[in-house]
Design a protein around this ligand. Sequence first.
Ligand SMILES: [Zn+2]
Length: 71
Amino acid sequence: MGKKRKVSKTKGKKKKNPTPVSKKWEKYESKEGKVVRKQNFCPKCGPGTFMAKHKDRQSCGKCKYTVFKKE
Ligand SMILES: [Zn+2]
């Protein structure tokens, strides 16, 4: 009675992302244990509605509020 060894068929394959990060968290960044928002939210719609980033401006997809970049 010999013990059968389990042979992995996926040998040599590397897992790319064992824990895929949800899209939602792309807008956040954890800094020193705290979650920091990377993007601004709409002052009209309030927190939770992020401004879409453009080259020279940021705009809200909900109410079309637009903020131009100050340079
Ligand atoms: Zn808005």
